[in-house]
Design a protein around this ligand. Structure first.
Ligand code: GSH
Length: 306
């Protein structure tokens, strides 16, 4: 069994980014399958109510959000493969731009196109999560052509960026390439307009083919119950302290963490343990897990005193 335990479901695109990344860096991993929609009673005790997918568990350390998972994998000895040639800043900036400005549009298009065919409770859940309060199926459908225009503008930037070396950063594979790979995987597999759209971007398709050969790497399965037990039997050695001059928070105070954009995600509460420029970590305890440390990225999340 690998120490890297990924809580995910197979159709999840963000989880696919991490699975692809694990394949790319040659890491073996442990797979725990979670439900596609709440309730997630065997995940959320670990995460202090963070509900999104994927989540990486290493013992009693719980890493939420793919940006933070990439950092955790870097800290686990894979930094040279994720961020080759010391280009971590450029890789992370591009990966974040892809998630927020390109994948966001792809999600909009895929979900809107699935209205009427996907289960209504799934559409409702994802609409509330991604489209903000007051969204309607009619409004989403009316906005579809405009969303396509925006997506294609961003896809052409991506394709141009890949023209010179075939990679997003430098001339070798990095975590930023997995960002392109999962975008293509999602558009191709989940939207009937995806294959024709991708066929217009030869550089994106070339990278997609190359990454598909790496696939998701080697994994073994674990039950969610066993993952909870493992957390309970483990002790985190995550650091404690504040090294972020932009706030006057103190270790030990209670904080609330919520998504930067309006969404139906539950708020996350915990006792502040660690904060640096990128990461916020909270101490959390539940009957199912004992003491764990939940780590989130700072970018994309609003952190307030509770
Ligand atoms: N910023 C997050 C986004 C994750 C995300 O939105 N994941 C989707 C699945 S691909 C999700 O959580 N959907 C709702 C769910 O799984 O409950 C990340 O990078 O991990």
């Amino acid at each position: 069994m690998s120490d890297l335990i990924l809580h995910h479901y197979w159709p999840s695109p963000f989880a696919h980014k991490i699975r692809m990344t694990l394949g790319m860096i040659g890491a073996t991993w442990t797979s725990v399958e979670i439900p596609r929609v709440p309730p997630k009673p065997l995940l959320m005790p670990l995460t202090a109510e963070y509900r999104r997918t994927p989540v990486l568990q290493i013992g009693a350390d719980i890493y939420c959000d793919t940006a933070n998972i990439a950092r955790a994998l870097g800290e686990s000895g894979y930094a040279d493969k994720l961020f080759p040639n010391a280009q971590r800043g450029r890789v992370m900036a591009l990966a974040s731009w892809i998630d927020q400005s390109v994948v966001e549009l792809a999600i909009r298009i895929v979900i809107t196109s699935a209205i009427g065919t996907a289960p209504p409770e799934f559409i409702q859940d994802r609409g509330d999560l991604y489209f903000g309060p007051g969204w309607t199926p009619e409004g989403m459908k009316a906005g579809l052509p405009g969303a396509r225009l925006q997506l294609e503008a961003q896809m052409s930037h991506l394709d141009d960026a890949l023209a010179e070396t075939g990679h997003m950063v430098g001339n070798t594979t990095s975590y930023a390439d997995a960002g392109v790979g999962f975008l293509a995987w999602f558009l191709r597999g989940r939207w009937d307009g995806g294959p024709a759209l991708l066929a217009r971007y030869a550089n994106i398709e070339r990278l997609e083919d190359q990454l598909a050969t790496d696939s998701e790497g080697a994994y073994t399965d674990m039950t969610p119950e066993a993952a909870l037990e493992l957390a309970k039997g483990s002790t985190s050695s995550a650091p404690s302290g504040i090294s972020n001059a932009a706030c006057d928070f103190e270790v030990g105070q209670r904080i609330r963490i919520r998504q930067r954009t309006q969404s139906s995600d539950p708020d996350i509460f915990g006792t502040l343990r660690y904060l640096d420029a990128w990461r916020v970590s909270i101490d959390h305890n539940s009957a199912e897990t004992g003491d764990v440390v939940v780590h989130l990225p700072v970018a994309g999340y609003q952190i307030d005193a509770a």
